[in-house]
Design a protein around this ligand. Structure first.
Ligand code: 3JN
Length: 340
């Protein structure tokens, strides 16, 4: 990478924005200037970056004409207004919200899976970053899809509270402490008590009985793999874990594939680490493997007892890193290398 670019991180004070800044630094991203941008509430806050400090600037008045890449994670309603403005000013926006994901002329990209879709960034100047639960699942599905085809995916997620933002992280810590101290709790960030509990409810309920988080997994898996015939049946569950989503994924392939073949394919796939020993701790977990790390970890790879072409997987990854900030920075790296 020779060129150096100007980056604006929009939503810089949030969980994902903060991780975007750390990851730009960690990966030696070829930036010239980096700007921290957020809503007026956060203007003037200071964020440590690259042995210096960034002072948060106001999104409402920020001038994007000097920006090459906008890394956006401010919430869908804010992206709705500001991503097109930034694109019109000449920046390529990588948007981490659901606002543009389902629009036909906006590419939805996981760099290891469908990097060539980035060609379509020219349509609107916007690239969409998928939902965290989808990203880690398609990373595990892609090599299986290429080798054996996929008819159907049944998935149950076990999602960390950080997916819901900083207030949800704080609420889990506070509720846990309060309950252990015999104090009552009243939920605010989560719909019901999250500490010592599991909630089958992430994002809004839809008319078909699924939640929007579940439908995101359906729509996004089909779009990223470029195959509307793949059937996806998700149940998304919030659990009292801080960082790292886990998923029990059951795949029904078109052609028979053995667990051993799947293990080899996944082991060779970039960004995936197979951890699959049939012993205590011989599988990945959110706390012991995923949290703070880059890969998507896959374990418990086994053939389905109840289906002739079924494969079971346990897929774990840091929802803030590969599920959001890292995936966006990887997209930015490809843009710099091949397109800008
Ligand atoms: O809850 C999670 O674990 C992931 C949540 C993602 C999320 C939360 C609020 C709004 C999104 C997303 O990225 O899909 C959105 C949204 O942009 O719709």
């Amino acid at each position: 990478m020779s060129k150096k670019v100007n980056i604006a991180v929009v939503g810089a004070t949030g969980e994902v924005g903060g991780a975007m800044l750390s990851i730009l630094e960690e990966r030696g991203f070829p930036f010239n200037e980096v700007y921290a941008v957020a809503s007026s509430r956060s203007v003037g806050k200071r964020i440590e970056f690259n042995e210096d400090e960034l002072v948060v600037e106001d999104l409402a008045s920020f001038d994007f004409s000097n920006i090459d890449i906008g890394l956006f994670s401010p919430g869908a309603a804010v992206s709705d207004v500001y991503a097109p403005k930034a694109a019109a000013a000449g920046a390529v926006v990588i948007d981490n919200t659901s606002r543009f994901r389902y629009e036909d002329d906006v590419p939805l990209v996981v760099p290891e899976v469908n990097p060539d879709d980035l060609e379509q960034r020219v349509n609107r100047g916007i690239v969409a970053n998928p939902n965290c639960s989808t990203i880690q699942m398609v990373m595990a599905l892609k090599p299986i899809y290429d080798a054996a085809g996929i008819e159907r995916v049944n998935v149950a997620t076990y999602q960390a509270v950080s997916g819901k933002g900083k207030k949800a992280v704080e609420e889990l810590a506070r509720q846990t402490a309060d309950l252990l101290n015999g104090k009552p709790v009243s939920p605010t960030a989560h719909p019901v008590q999250i500490a010592f509990n599991a909630l089958p409810h992430i994002d809004a309920f839809q008319e078909n009985g699924y939640t929007r988080e579940e439908m995101k997994m359906v729509w996004e898996t089909q779009k990223i793999l470029g195959d509307d015939s793949i059937q996806v049946n998700p149940t998304c569950v919030r659990i009292p874990v801080f960082y790292g989503h886990s998923e029990a994924v059951h795949v029904e392939t078109k052609e028979k594939i053995s667990a051993a073949e799947v293990k080899t394919l996944l082991g060779d796939f970039p960004g995936v680490v197979v951890m699959d020993e049939r012993e205590d701790g011989g599988y990945p977990t959110a706390v012991t493997e995923a949290s703070g790390q880059d890969p998507v970890f896959v374990g418990r790879i086994r053939e389905d007892l109840s289906h002739p072409r079924g494969i079971n997987l346990w897929v774990v990854s840091d929802n803030i890193r590969k599920g959001a900030a890292l995936n966006s920075v990887q997209i930015a790296e490809i843009l710099v290398k091949h397109y800008l």
